[in-house]
Design a binder for this molecule. Structure first.
Ligand code: EZ4
Ligand code: CO
Length: 402
C-alpha cells in the first residue's frame, strides 16, 4: 500500500483547520488533523514542502517506521510544528490501516477497554451565578463532568469566558487581541465559584477548572488547598510546565488532583511529571503530540505510575483529531476523561464523522479507520483567514502567560 500523494487542505468554517489527506495506489485515502491554532500555515508548509515529498512512495502499512523516520530523520526534534505535522501523517496512516482491513482503528490498537468515553464540557459566565446557570444547562444536556470558569471582577476579559455557550474559543482576525490579568483578583473569585457550584449542584457531578498557566507554585498551592473541600476532578495548568520541577512544590501543598500538558508535544515534556507522579492527568492531544503513535507512547509510560490521559479537545482541534483521540481513549487502559467542546454546524458539515455523543459520553462509532472525512467542496467555500490567540498582560503592562 504505497503512498502516492498527500494534499494539505486549509479551511475556515468559523475557525481555521488544517487537514492532511494521503492517497494510496489502491485508491484509499486517509485523513489527519494538522491544526496548530494561530500558527496554522507553518504546519501546512512543513507538510507540503518537507514531509509529503519525503514520504511519497513509502509503504503506508509501516506506521511506526514512518513515525520514526519523520521524528529522527528530521534531525531537528520535537516542537509543536514538527510534532503536529508528524501527527497528521500518523493519523492518516492509522485511518488507512483501518480502511484497508475494514475495521475501526481501535480494533488495531487492542480493541475496546471500555464502553464509552467520558467527556467534560465548558460552562462559563461573566458572573458566578451565570456560570452556575451554564453548568445546569450542561447537566440538562447529559454531561456528567463540567469545567467551570467565570469572569474576574475588574478585568475586562477572563480566560474561558466566551461569547457563545457551546462553541466559542478565541482566535481572532487582525492583530493578536490583548487581555489583562490579575492573579490577586482571580484568587478572590475562584474559591467562591466552586463553593457556590457545590452548594447548588452537590457532589453528583465532576467539576474541573483551568488556571491556564497563570499561577506560581505558591499561588497554585494556596488555591489547590482551598479547592480541596470541593473535590475537583482536576485543577488544570495551574503553573506553566516548561520547568517540570515547579510541580514538586505545588504537589507538596495540595491533594487537589492536577492536570497539565495540552501544550506538550512529546514524552520528554512530561517524563519528570510522570515518573515522580507530580500530576494525576496528562492532557496531550493526538494532534499536537505526534499522533496516535505519539500519544500511545506517552500513555504507556504513564500507566505504571497511575497517571491517566485527559485528552485536550478544545474547538481548535478539528473533528478529525476528535475521531483519532476517541480511538485512543476507548482502547488504552489508563484513560481518564476527554475534553469535548462542540464544533459549530458549519464545521460539522465540513467534517462528516461517525463519532457521537450520548449521556455525557462520546462513542467512536464502528466505521472503518478513524470514521471521519473532509468534504473538500464544502471546505473550499471557507478560505483561510489569519487569526491569533490573545496575548496577556498584567495590569501594569507586563506580558504574562495567556
Ligand atoms: O486555550 O485550545 O483546556 N482547554 C484549553 C483550550 C486552549 C486552546 C488554545 O488554542 O485550555 O481552551
Ligand atoms: Co486548558
Amino acid at each position: 500500500m504505497r503512498i502516492t500523494a498527500g494534499r494539505v487542505i486549509v479551511t475556515c468554517p468559523g475557525r481555521n483547520f488544517v487537514t492532511l489527506k494521503l492517497e494510496t495506489a489502491e485508491g484509499l485515502t486517509g485523513v489527519g488533523d494538522a491544526t496548530l491554532n494561530g500558527r496554522e500555515l507553518a504546519v501546512a508548509a512543513y507538510l507540503e514542502e518537507h514531509v509529503v515529498p519525503a514520504i511519497t512512495g513509502m509503504d503506508a502499512r509501516n506506521i511506526e517506521d514512518v513515525w520514526q523516520y519523520l521524528y529522527k530523520g528530521a534531525y531537528w526534534r520535537r516542537g509543536p510544528v514538527t510534532m503536529t505535522a508528524i501527527a497528521a501523517v500518523d493519523m492518516a496512516l492509522w485511518d488507512l490501516a483501518g480502511k484497508r482491513l475494514g475495521v475501526p482503528t481501535h480494533e488495531l490498537l487492542g480493541g475496546r477497554s471500555r464502553s464509552e468515553v467520558l467527556v467534560y464540557g465548558h460552562a462559563n459566565g461573566e458572573t458566578i451565578e451565570d456560570t452556575v446557570e451554564a453548568a445546569r444547562r450542561y447537566q440538562q444536556l447529559g454531561y456528567r463532568a463540567i469545567r467551570a470558569q467565570c469572569g474576574v471582577p475588574g478585568l475586562a476579559k477572563a480566560y474561558g469566558v466566551g461569547r457563545g455557550d457551546l462553541f466559542y474559543e478565541p482566535a481572532e482576525a487582525g492583530r493578536p487581541p490583548e487581555h489583562e490579568w490579575s492573579t490577586e483578583r482571580y484568587l478572590d473569585v475562584a474559591p467562591q465559584l466552586f463553593s457556590r457550584l457545590r452548594d447548588e449542584l452537590g457532589f453528583d457531578v465532576h467539576l474541573l477548572h483551568d488556571a491556564h498557566h497563570r499561577l506560581t507554585p505558591t499561588e497554585a498551592g494556596w488555591l489547590g488547598r482551598r479547592l480541596e473541600e470541593h473535590r475537583l476532578f482536576w485543577l488544570e495548568d495551574a503553573v506553566p510546565a516548561e520547568n517540570q520541577r515547579l510541580y514538586r512544590q505545588l504537589r507538596s501543598h495540595t491533594t487537589t488532583p492536577l492536570a497539565v500538558g495540552e501544550v506538550f508535544n512529546s514524552v520528554y515534556d512530561l517524563h519528570v511529571l510522570v515518573t515522580e507522579r507530580l500530576v494525576d492527568y496528562i492532557r496531550t492531544s493526538v494532534v499536537h503530540a505526534g499522533g496516535i503513535t505519539g500519544v500511545r507512547k506517552i500513555a504507556h509510560l504513564m500507566e505504571p505510575y497511575q497517571v491517566r490521559l485527559g485528552s485536550h479537545g478544545a474547538t481548535d482541534l478539528s473533528p478529525v483529531c476528535m475521531a483519532a483521540a476517541l480511538q485512543v481513549d476507548i482502547s488504552i487502559n489508563n484513560f481518564g476523561i476527554q475534553e469535548y467542546m462542540r464544533h459549530t454546524e458549519e464545521t460539522e458539515a465540513v467534517f462528516p464523522h461517525a463519532w457521537w455523543f450520548a449521556d455525557g459520553a462520546l462513542h467512536p462509532g464502528d466505521g472503518p479507520g478513524l470514521g471521519v472525512d473532509i468534504d473538500e467542496e464544502r471546505a473550499a467555500e471557507w478560505p483561510y483567514e489569519r487569526a491569533y490567540l490573545p496575548v496577556n498582560r498584567l495590569l501594569d503592562g507586563t506580558v504574562t502567560s495567556w
